[in-house]
Design a binder for this molecule. Structure first.
Ligand SMILES: Nc1ncnc2c1ncn2[C@@H]1O[C@H](COP(=O)(O)OP(=O)(O)OP(=O)(O)O)[C@@H](O)[C@H]1O
Length: 286
């Protein structure tokens, strides 16, 4: 299979590239905490994402990555602190309206009915799980849906039904869905989970191309695995037990010491051809 390429024709027309140092914040989270049933899921986490930046949120199982992404995706309100997304402050805006302005790829997409791939992608226009009755779709939108599916390697699967898709096919369908509203911010929750080796590499290449073609787009990607980070990742935030243990430019954060501290296990980090890898360091046996 050839590597899918996302062409400029498929995605929003790029805005003028931001001037160095002048990129507007797309996300500004300030000392955010989230408490549920007395449990502190996030503890005073701050994050500023600017147009053109590509962040990785990393941490062990249960560290709070998806919880933080849920706040950035206007799914929940923080218990304390403030979250501003696309210039709107959570608590002062309609969350549903704000959600319609950003792309959010959630692997737990709660679809139950047997929609076709094409229909699922079109639900991105209304940010709904099911199609909105009597909502008309333009020729241009139909065309964009098909082209997005094609570049994500799903061109021949447009009529396939959701329950019959593999996990990787569902993931690609959800990325096409998230891109339908032409968002300035794309949130990706473990997009490579369940993909085979070739599908993962194609996905990461597609993300690199997407970012290159659209220098104004900001992305935030959650993963546990450094091998699932596209080479175009610019920044990283490491979470441990709901707290930020490191944040900043990727090369300063994704170091052997910091990642070992984040996961509570000695690993060695390397970077080759722009891609990161982590290997456990052998602990001497007695
Ligand atoms: N509604 C809730 N009420 C109580 N605890 C919750 C709730 N939602 C999540 N949690 C807990 O919050 C912690 C963080 O969960 P979260 O899903 O954000 O972690 P994560 O870093 O994304 O983990 P994983 O890598 O396993 O997906 C977990 O311990 C989880 O059990």
């Amino acid at each position: 299979m050839t590597t899918p390429r996302i062409t400029p024709a498929v995605l929003p027309a790029p805005a003028a590239a931001p001037e160095p140092g002048a990129a507007a914040p797309v996300i500004r989270a300030d000392a955010v905490s989230l408490v549920r049933d007395g449990n502190v899921l996030l503890d005073s986490v701050s994050l500023t994402v600017r147009s053109g930046e590509h962040w990785a949120l990393l941490g062990a199982n249960g560290a709070g990555k998806s919880t933080l992404l849920g706040l950035l995706g206007a799914v929940n309100h923080p218990t304390r602190g403030s979250v501003e997304v696309l210039g709107r402050t959570l608590g002062r805006v309609d969350l549903r309206e704000l959600r319609s302005l950003l792309g959010h790829v959630d692997p737990r997409h709660p679809l139950r009915s047997p929609l076709s791939v094409h229909e699922v992608v079109l639900t991105g226009l209304t940010n709904s799980v099911e199609p909105v009755p009597r909502r008309s779709v333009s020729e241009e939108q139909l065309d964009r849906a098909e082209r997005l599916l094609k570049v994500l390697g799903m061109g021949g699967k447009s009529g396939s039904r959701w329950p019959a898709l593999s996990q990787g096919e569902r993931g690609r369908t959800l990325i096409a869905r998230a891109l339908m509203p032409q968002p300035r911010l794309l949130l990706l929750d473990e997009p490579a989970t369940g993909l085979d080796l070739a599908a993962r590499e194609q996905l990461l290449d597609s993300l690199d191309v997407l970012r290159e073609e659209h220098p104004e787009l900001a992305t935030v990607l959650v993963t546990h695995h450094l091998e699932e980070l596209p080479a175009s990742t610019t920044h990283a935030l490491l979470l441990r037990g709901g707290r930020c243990v490191a944040t900043g430019p990727a090369d300063e954060v994704l170091t052997t010491d910091r990642v070992s501290d984040c996961f509570g296990h000695p690993v060695r980090i390397s970077r080759t051809d722009g891609r990161w890898a982590a290997r456990a360091q052998r602990v001497a046996r007695r």
